[in-house]
Write a protein that binds this ligand. Structure first.
Ligand code: FES
Length: 198
């Protein structure tokens, strides 16, 4: 059972769905911090889902129920948000989720070839994870960086002007970086495809 020390104006935070789906103290603390800045819990549903996902990697049905109970909203209401928002993973994913953009501008700038190269390097199709459970490939529509097309988001970084030739280099750098820092950074940095940065 996980309880937090609450100030008088904070919600009661004892959630017990079952042993494996009870929100942890850290998760409850972070959700409580989010709740402090909103009038209605509906305003922070995406942030709440993202917050717990950072800890768990994905949002199972049981986790969804625990979050909904914590926020005081219905599971169906939260599920509709989770289903609509494509950065919430409702199935297990690998350590790093690759989101190459397949929006119109990126398509015009060669995103299909980039995506094909990602698939080939990892021996997976879109929606699948590789055999090492290191990468999951989930293409997304316009990522809002059309002037740098084709682009990809992965590990809170934006990779710009990607070409099939630098895909392999990006994967190696991502793989090494995760071994060094396994933290949950919320910032999205920009990187140009092919650079040897980390
Ligand atoms: S179409 Fe890819 S970022 Fe807009």
């Amino acid at each position: 059972m996980n309880d937090l020390d609450n100030d008088s104006d904070e919600p009661t935070l004892t959630i017990t769905v079952n042993q494996t789906t009870t929100l942890t103290c850290d998760e409850q603390r972070d959700l409580t911090a989010l709740l402090k800045h909103c009038v209605q819990p509906q305003a922070i549903t995406i942030d709440a889902l993202m917050t717990v996902q950072r800890y768990r990697g994905w949002i199972s049905d049981q986790t969804l129920t625990a979050i909904a109970q914590f926020l005081g909203i219905s599971t169906a209401e939260l599920d509709s948000v989770a289903t609509f928002y494509n950065l919430i993973f409702r199935l297990p994913v690998a350590k790093i989720v690759l989101h190459p953009c397949n929006g119109m501008v990126c398509q015009l700038m060669g995103s299909a070839a980039v995506e094909a190269q990602l698939s080939q390097c990892l021996a997976i199709l879109p929606g699948q994870s590789d055999s090492d459970n290191q990468f999951t490939l989930i293409p997304l529509p316009c990522l809002g960086a059309c002037d740098k097309a084709p682009v990809m988001i992965a590990a809170q970084q934006l990779f710009e002007f990607i070409t099939p030739e630098n895909v392999s280099n990006i994967l190696v750098n991502l793989s090494s970086a995760t071994k060094i820092t396994n933290g949950a950074d919320t910032n999205t940095e920009s990187r140009t495809g092919g650079h040897d940065d980390q």
